[in-house]
Design a protein around this ligand. Structure first.
Ligand code: NAD
Length: 393
């Protein structure tokens, strides 16, 4: 068993089976005591205030709302196993609503999480969320091809938006999402949870401190064995392919490690199981060239369990293994520093950081522009694969 993967199967059972059982029992005493101050009668006034006055949310009692309501859109694996349980641990936001195309799923979630009927939407009724003062944030957890449409609809409904990685399929889509959020004066965060993770933050800090001199090489690999068939991850039109899914972890790591944008890429895609990966790549290998001279070699695969980041510098080195798991980040440096700070829940930390940014009207840690920068490189990776040559970015 690998503890490196981001996805279901053995990992989910091993790491989350027990936590899930415990959560079911203690679940919603928290919800029972929760008080949501904005009432329906003042909803539209509050929503207007929220959208136009620097994100302060004035309640009926005249107090600022201190805990924001989140609606999850798409109740698949990540929402079910990670985000909803994490939202039981957050301090500054809570699970207030759901958007799903499945009435059966909705019923289960409503019972489990005490979600009132008025906070349940399907994809057709979704836009009515604009009139719901319980919902401050809409979190898009759908296949990547659907991110653009739902981010824009959420922004047009006047809600702050969180969107899962990869941000979208193309730079053009990413830009349209950013523009819609700016136009509606709502904040957009991309779900790159590692930017909220303390050991990853320390790695970023090492570069800022220039502790080990210039960075010469970065190696980043992330993969897991996915034996599922007929999933959207194997369907090109839905945003499948390992580059979009896992490839953004090594790619994003090379960018936060160096603090630079790559200027060229050379990539090769391959597949060992064409019966499963018929129209998208199972494995991607890519080499990035950075303006400061750093060379980064990366690999992502749906056919291998691997997860490691290595950085070599003029005056030392550091690494982390795993670097992109939900927990267990474990790194060391050439002068003996150990990077293994433990936090209770990565997703809860991410959502609390993002909720606080909204409550305090501060910049978010991972804005849409950061997601767009990765997709710009993903486009270049696919171009390099297609043209079988080095592509400048
Ligand atoms: P999933 O397939 O388990 O869930 C997707 C959900 O979308 C399902 O509930 C499905 O019913 C719904 N859906 C609506 N329309 C659909 C359509 N036309 N085709 C397929 N599904 C449709 O996927 P997931 O693993 O939960 O991933 C969802 C998003 O979350 C993706 O963007 C993925 O990259 C991201 N994710 C992020 C992390 C992370 O660590 N940040 C981890 C896992 C997944």
């Amino acid at each position: 068993m690998s503890f490196f993967i981001e996805e279901p199967d053995a990992y989910r059972e091993f790491f989350f089976g027990q936590a899930k059982k415990e959560n079911r029992h203690k679940n919603f005493s928290i919800m029972k005591t929760r008080r949501i101050f904005i009432k329906n009668t003042l909803g539209s006034i509050a929503a207007l205030t929220f959208a136009t006055e620097g994100f302060s949310c004035i309640t009926k009692s005249g107090k600022k709302k201190d805990k924001l309501g989140v609606a999850l859109v798409g109740l698949g694996y990540y929402s079910t196993d990670l985000l909803a349980p994490a939202l039981q641990q957050t301090e500054h936001c809570y699970l207030a609503g759901i958007v799903t195309g499945s009435p059966e799923k909705a019923k289960r979630w409503q019972e489990q999480y005490k979600i009132p009927e008025k906070n349940y939407y399907d994809y057709a009724s979704f836009d009515k969320i604009a009139n719901n003062p319980d919902i401050d944030i809409v979190y898009i957890v759908l296949p990547p091809s659907m991110h653009k449409e739902y981010v824009i609809r959420a922004a047009n409904a006047g809600k702050h938006v969180w969107c899962e990685k990869p941000m979208a399929m193309t730079v053009e889509e990413c830009q349209a999402m950013i523009d819609a959020c700016n136009k509606n004066k709502v904040k957009l965060s991309i779900g790159y949870r590692l930017h909220h993770e303390p050991n990853t933050q320390r790695i970023i800090q090492l570069r800022k401190e220039k502790k080990y001199g210039a960075i010469k090489t970065v190696s980043a690999i992330a993969g897991y064995v996915d034996n599922r068939t007929n999933h959207w991850k194997q369907t090109k039109a839905l945003g499948g392919g390992v580059t979009y899914d896992m490839g953004v972890y090594p790619l994003n790591a090379t960018r936060y490690v160096t603090g630079e944008e790559p200027v060229a890429v050379t990539a090769i895609a391959s597949t060992t199981r064409p019966e499963i990966y018929k129209e998208v790549e199972e494995t991607i290998n890519f080499t990035l060239e950075f303006p400061g001279g750093t060379i980064a070699t990366c690999e992502s695969s749906f056919g291998k369990n691997m997860n490691r980041l290595e950085v070599t510098c003029d005056k030392g080195w550091y690494n982390m293994e795993p670097f992109s798991g939900y927990s267990g980040q474990n790194g060391k440096t050439s002068d003996g520093i150990i990077l293994n700070t433990v936090i209770p829940n990565q997703q809860a930390k991410q959502m609390d950081d993002d909720a606080l940014a909204i409550l305090n009207n501060k910049p978010v840690i991972v804005p849409g522009e950061e997601g767009l920068k990765d997709i710009r490189v993903v486009e270049a990776i696919y171009k390099s694969v297609k043209e079988k040559e080095r592509v400048t970015i």
